[in-house]
Design a protein around this ligand. Structure first.
Ligand SMILES: [Zn+2]
Length: 490
């Protein structure tokens, strides 16, 4: 038995009262204003600088941070020429704690594009509060982060609870792969002190009933596959049976990556052995979540009907919660996310089309080398083209996955106390299926820091899709939990 680490006992109730009031009176109205700003990330707004929406979002938050009256707070918008701006803030330690050791908060203000399919009455730039859920683009991913970070710090200060120095880096190109972040980390790290803990409030939650800690993230390769067989379109009656369909060729090529019947991604370069501790945590998360692991998606199929036969799911797409958790976090998955060369259906003639272009998104297990995988992906797709078709794969992003460092006993104890104190349940640990390149970057920059990656993206919150919402009661509790954890940093 190891001794229970000695962390300060912090009562959640007074913090929860303050933080709840601030959320209702101030943070929700701020987020309402923020949701109205179409601050699309640079990948989705090439003219972002001229359009000024990112600028509007960062100015809104800078103004708010500076207005909070935290003693000794310094906050500024930092700009490196030709890059998206960041908001940086720094709040000195309290209660006589050493000034050199710090906690780093991470968040981002840029947003995903609109997407279609918003429910009647909702829209991306239209904030709507409904039963404690604040709908609109960017509230949960990730506008709330900076407000929650400050609120946590302010509640500790108001209650006279000692805390370490807290610095924050809020970027504006996360949804474009954080390509500007390393430059700002290099620029600002010398000002950040000796970072003990990174708190990244930009992740998922398995439910809204406990604190969820993200232990890993998948990597990602995005790219465009073009298959060209003709110089121009021709009559499909004339050419059908003679000229192969460019779509069929693309389909055959994709079968080299994933099995079109099961979705299993075959090549070794896209797979890895799963660490034993992550398997254990996956089993625990699956035991908590059960069928919600797969039922939470907005299925249009009959597979959720209780009578539905399990065979609707071919292996390894499965209803077994443990396998679902592992498939989502430690195995590769391919999606076709866009296409060119295909006219809309109401404009489609009987034409053998000259080419098919598909946008591909390949999720990779956390510890697979993303750059090497991207090169292999290209090699496999372009090798030996069927019918001598012109096949090219260009990738624009190879984002490395991330596997958390071993958790320190004090942090494990603080997380558990925070989850028990706010939810009456232990903290839960699970990988996320998404890709957050900044975690890899932060891990490289602060190799000795502990990492708390958590967030409010729970069931149906639908970041990146239509009907994104911020679950406000949960966000309040995550804010209190964050305060309790940073109070444990020494
Ligand atoms: Zn995000």
């Amino acid at each position: 038995m190891t001794a229970r680490p000695n962390i300060p006992a912090v009562a959640p109730a007074p913090l929860a009262a303050r933080i709840g009031r601030q959320w209702d009176a101030d943070i929700v109205p701020q987020l309402v204003e923020y949701i109205r700003i179409p601050a699309r990330s640079p990948h989705f707004d090439a003219d972002w600088a001229a359009n000024g929406h990112i600028e509007a979002a960062i100015r809104q938050t800078e103004k708010w941070v500076n207005a909070q009256g935290v003693e000794g707070l310094v906050a500024e918008i930092v700009r490196i020429d030709g890059r998206t701006p960041v908001l940086y803030f720094d709040m000195p330690a309290t209660g006589g704690l050493p000034s050199g050791r710090s906690v780093l908060f991470y968040g981002h203000l840029d947003k995903q594009p609109e997407m279609t399919g918003w429910r009647e009455g909702l829209g991306p730039w239209k904030p709507v509060m409904e039963e404690g859920r604040l709908y609109g683009r960017g509230g949960a991913d990730d506008g709330y982060a900076v407000f929650a970070a400050l609120s946590a710090v302010m509640a500790l200060d108001a209650e006279g609870i000692a805390r370490p120095r807290c610095v924050g880096l809020i970027e504006t190109c996360e949804e474009s792969g954080s390509y500007d972040l390393p430059a700002y980390l290099d620029h600002l790290a010398p000002r950040m002190g000796d970072v003990q803990l990174v708190v990244a409030l930009d992740s998922g939650a398995g439910n809204y009933e406990q604190l969820w800690v993200t232990t890993s993230l998948r990597g990602l390769v995005n790219g465009t596959l073009e298959v060209k067989i003709l110089e121009e379109g021709v009559h499909s009656g004339d050419a059908g049976g003679v000229v192969p369909s460019s779509f069929r060729i693309a389909r055959a090529i994709l079968d080299r990556i994933d099995d079109s019947r099961t979705g299993v991604v075959g090549p070794d370069a896209f797979n890895c052995a799963i660490p034993a501790d992550r398997l254990d945590q996956a089993r625990q998360a699956a035991a908590i979540l059960g069928e919600a692991t797969w039922k939470r998606f907005p299925w249009a199929s009959s597979c959720c009907d209780d009578q539905a036969s399990a065979s609707i799911f071919a292996e390894p797409v499965t209803k077994d919660p443990v396998e679902v958790v592992i498939n989502r976090t430690w195995r590769a998955a391919l999606a076709v996310t866009g296409a060119d060369g295909l006219p809309p259906t109401d404009m489609a003639g009987n034409v053998q089309r000259p080419f098919t272009t598909l946008k591909l998104s390949l999720r990779l297990p956390p510890i697979v080398d993303a750059n090497a995988a991207a090169a292999t992906f290209k090699r496999i797709l372009e090798a030996d083209p069927p019918y001598g078709a012109r096949v090219a794969f260009d990738y624009d992003q190879a984002a490395q996955g991330w596997n958390a460092p071993a958790i320190a006993p004090w942090l494990a104890a603080a997380l558990d106390a925070a989850s028990q104190g706010n939810f009456g349940r232990p903290a839960a640990y699970m990988g996320e299926g998404g890709t957050i390149p900044f975690m890899g970057m932060l891990g490289v920059k602060f190799p000795n820091a502990q990492m708390l990656v958590t967030g409010v993206l729970g069931p149906k919150s639908n970041a990146h899709g239509p009907n994104e919402f911020l679950h406000v009661p949960y966000a309040k509790k995550v804010t209190v939990a964050t305060a309790m954890v940073i109070a444990a940093v020494r």
